[in-house]
Design a protein around this ligand. Structure first.
Ligand SMILES: Cc1ncc(COP(=O)(O)O)c(C=O)c1O
Length: 386
């Protein structure tokens, strides 16, 4: 549908081929057009996604992992059903101990949540108790920022760099008395891009003395060498950072709702006041998570399947003359050549659910990685309308 292409965007995105070069120019544009800092970041329209679900043969809207949960996790889940008449304290404490061991921290450093959303909400409430301002990149994952703004906080946003990393130099300059929490998502959602670990570590070392920093590592397991990319070592060193992780992605637990935060014990105590002391999980979810944590083969398998889906999707995009942001996650963001709403509607008509964004004067599509069957559906539909 060449007639529907926005020529200006098409020329811009065509000039953006291959890593390092292809996004040149867009962030500068963003700086020039950045709207007021009080505008709320967009929330996923859950009602629309829900209403559209029956039309989706390939559900590529929410960065889920179609391969999970693992067989071992399912077995553990079923094994816990019989004790579901009891509050799950022992199960939760066992999971907490296993996570502490895995992360090389003490149990007092760990807080569990019903998904990491639980901990994002707790942090939003805790750090907006007296108003305050959340400092973050834009675009980034909106949940914590929206919740904070709903209860009276402000949002100070900083565009990403030309490589779509956090602009840590610009962010550091914005740290002042008004900032109540710095929020960093690495790898970032919705762009799928990363901020180099060494730069982020240096930023945290400098800034965490003044303000708490929340590092959302929801997608870290899709990176090479996740342990060396994580900022959890800063917690071990006693710094005021909060690390959030989720079982929703590489463990395939989006429907089971398990996440955790790692931070200083006094911060964990504060956050736990807003999340039922870390006891929001069910016995079944906690038992399944413990089994999944130990099932390294399974998570390795999911990372491999995700890589296969990404490589396939990159090749489809390239073949159709599209560029994309190289992804370190289980989704890919690419610039569209037509209106985002129109594009998602046309894809949905062909059974493919995905989401569109608008930032940096450009319409974008974010497509989650599914099974190879899902990605082939995506490819067929995409070829028809691209
Ligand atoms: C960056 C990021 N953080 C947190 C979450 C919340 O995940 P959950 O509540 O399922 O753990 C998501 C979900 O997609 C995400 O993308």
């Amino acid at each position: 549908m060449a007639t529907e292409m926005n020529r200006r965007n098409w020329i811009r995105s065509s000039a953006l081929i291959t890593a390092g070069l292809y996004m040149a120019g867009l962030p500068q544009l963003a700086k020039a057009t950045a709207p007021s800092r009080l505008l709320m970041p967009p929330r996923a329209d859950m009602h629309k996604i829900l209403a559209d679900l029956p039309r989706m043969q390939a559900r590529l809207t929410s960065n889920e992992n179609p391969f999970g949960p693992s067989d071992k996790a399912k077995k553990a889940l079923v094994g816990a059903v019989d004790e579901s008449c009891r509050y799950p304290r022992e199960r939760i404490m066992a999971l907490r101990a296993a996570i502490a061991k895995e992360e090389g921290v003490s149990e007092e450093n760990v807080l569990l949540g019903a998904g990491s959303s639980d901990l994002l909400l707790a942090s939003a409430l805790r750090y907006s108790a007296n108003g305050g301002t959340i400092l973050s990149a834009d675009p980034t994952y909106a949940s914590l920022i929206r919740s904070a703004m709903e209860v009276g906080a402000k949002w100070e946003k900083v565009p990403l760099t030309k490589d779509f990393a956090h602009d840590l130099t610009a962010m550091e300059k914005k740290v002042n008395d008004e900032i109540s929490l710095v929020y960093v998502v690495n790898p970032n959602n919705p762009t799928g891009t990363i901020t180099p670990a060494d730069k982020l570590r240096a930023f945290c070392e400098a800034v965490a003395k003044r303000k708490p920093i929340f590092i959302d590592e929801a997608y870290i397991d899709y990176m090479e060498n996740p342990k060396s990319q994580s900022m959890v070592d800063l917690v071990r060193k006693g710094q005021n950072v909060i690390i959030a992780r989720t079982f929703s992605k590489v463990h395939g637990f989006a429907g089971l709702r398990v996440g955790y935060a790692i931070a200083q014990p006094e911060v964990i105590k504060e956050l736990s006041k807003y999340t039922n002391g870390g006891f929001n999980l069910s016995a079944t979810s906690a038992s399944a998570a413990l089994a999944s944590l130990q099932d390294k083969e399974f998570t390795k398998y999911c990372v491999q399947k995700n890589k296969e889906a990404k490589d396939f999707t990159y090749s489809v995009l390239k073949k159709e003359g599209y560029t994309y942001l190289p992804s370190h996650t289980n989704f890919i963001m690419f610039p569209l050549k037509m209106d985002g709403k129109k594009f998602t509607e046309e894809m949905l008509k062909r059974g493919v659910g995905l989401r569109s964004w608008e930032f940096y004067d450009q319409q974008w599509c974010r497509v989650s990685m599914g099974t190879m069957e899902d990605m082939k559906l995506f490819a067929d539909a995409f070829k028809q309308i691209s």
